[in-house]
Design a protein around this ligand. Structure first.
Ligand code: TPP
Ligand code: MG
Length: 369
């Protein structure tokens, strides 16, 4: 065929696009390693595998408790995370304390993994300013503006590169977020300046009620990274080992000065979008949730670790009890924090309050508020 006609074969191009992003899987849904070389590259010791599992269990329990606390009216905004344990916690394991996390509103587990205290996450949920004070932990508070964290991550990653730090920024958005201008702008800037950034798009199938197929015709969301000239891959977001390996390799690449990487994780949000009145059954079927339940990350990791005699029901029950006790203490601590004053809230929003804010702070303080 002539080159001209090949170039003009739009049908073929659509096909090639879809095929350009095969899915990285190491541990299949039955709990078997299907790629030995990939598993070796992950280089996880038995202790690290158990730590990875514990991290995901911690996320599971934190989600369960947060959902209950939200139903009781004891938390404010809560975005459930069940189904995304590999995409969130397992990727977190690939990063160091020096790396800087730019989370979205669903990314509390990654903050907790980094050492952000649970009681502060509860305060953030309640809108208390103390939930925004990070005190030495390299994370920002969760971004609500979809995709905006990709822009700030690009800036932080560029700063790290210029200062020749052995560190990177890493940031998460969703499938919906991948359609937002900020997301592309952040990736494009980071690509052009070869900034130290790992971008992660968690494709959980829905942007609130909008299915992923309706909001973009891109066959793979990872394709959006190619437009910015950055290596982009698709990972089985239910496979903790694949998620860890992808993030580990992406981190190695970006801290060596070669520029950013984009990872798309294929996952599912098994619960509502948020605890503020969402009913998933109005936009998706029970069967679709059930089919994803069968491949969720904990089942396969449990099977795998049990086959290696590293995990058991008893270990899991004991660890869940430990996390539950930690959460009980965090609830108590959050409840014990003094109610915030309006003046404090405004004062902590700005490093240098402008004239209007300064006047507001002064007036609220005078009124004892
Ligand atoms: C710029 C912007 N537009 C719209 C919203 C309202 N909004 C909140 S969550 C959400 C859906 C985002 O979906 P996705 O990126 O897939 O993330 P998920 O909630 O699935 O984790 C939208 C549209 C917002 N917060 N910011
Ligand atoms: Mg989504």
């Amino acid at each position: 065929m002539s080159q001209a006609l090949e170039i003009l074969d739009f049908e073929q191009q659509l096909q090639t696009q879809a095929e350009s992003f095969p899915e990285l899987t190491i541990l299949d849904s039955s709990g078997k390693i299907i790629d030995e070389a990939g598993f070796k590259a992950a280089d996880l010791s038995d202790d690290q595998l158990v730590a990875l599992m514990k991290g995901m269990i911690k996320q599971l329990v934190l989600n369960e408790r947060s959902v209950k606390l939200a139903k009781q009216g004891r938390l404010g905004f809560v975005a459930p995370t069940r189904g995304q344990e590999a995409s969130q916690t397992a990727t977190s394991f690939a990063f160091n304390d020096a790396d800087y996390l730019m989370p979205g509103y669903r990314d509390i587990p990654q903050m907790i993994h980094k050492g952000f205290p649970i009681y502060k996450a509860f305060l953030w949920s309640r809108g208390h300013y103390e939930g925004n004070l990070m005190e030495g932990i390299n994370t920002w508070f969760p971004q609500i503006i979809i995709g905006a964290q990709f822009v700030t991550a690009a800036g932080i990653g560029l700063g790290m590169k210029k200062r020749q730090k052995d560190a990177c920024a890493y940031t998460y958005t969703g499938d919906g977020g991948s359609s937002q201008g900020d997301t592309y702008e952040g990736m494009n800037f980071a690509g052009a300046f070869k900034a130290n950034v790992v971008f992660i798009i968690q494709n959980n199938g829905y942007a609130i009620s909008t299915p992923r197929q309706v909001q973009t015709a891109a066959p793979r969301l990872a394709a959006k990274g190619w437009a910015a000239g950055i290596p982009s891959i698709v990972v089985d977001g239910m496979d903790a080992i694949a998620c860890y390996l992808a993030a580990k390799k992406a981190r190695e690449w970006t801290v060596s000065g070669k520029g950013p990487v984009l990872i798309e994780t294929l996952t599912d949000r098994l619960e509502p979008h948020s605890m503020s009145g969402d009913d998933p059954l109005r936009y998706r079927t029970k069967e679709s949730i059930e089919s994803w339940e069968k491949v969720e990350p904990l089942i396969r990791m449990r099977r795998f670790l049990e086959s290696k005699k590293l995990w058991s029901e008893a270990i899991e029950a004991e660890y869940k009890a430990t996390v539950n006790a930690e959460i009980d203490a965090a609830v108590k601590q959050a409840d014990g924090v003094q109610k915030q004053k309006v003046s404090e809230f405004i004062a902590t929003t700005f490093e240098h309050p402008g004239f209007v804010q300064a006047e507001q702070i002064e007036n609220f303080r005078k009124a004892g508020k």
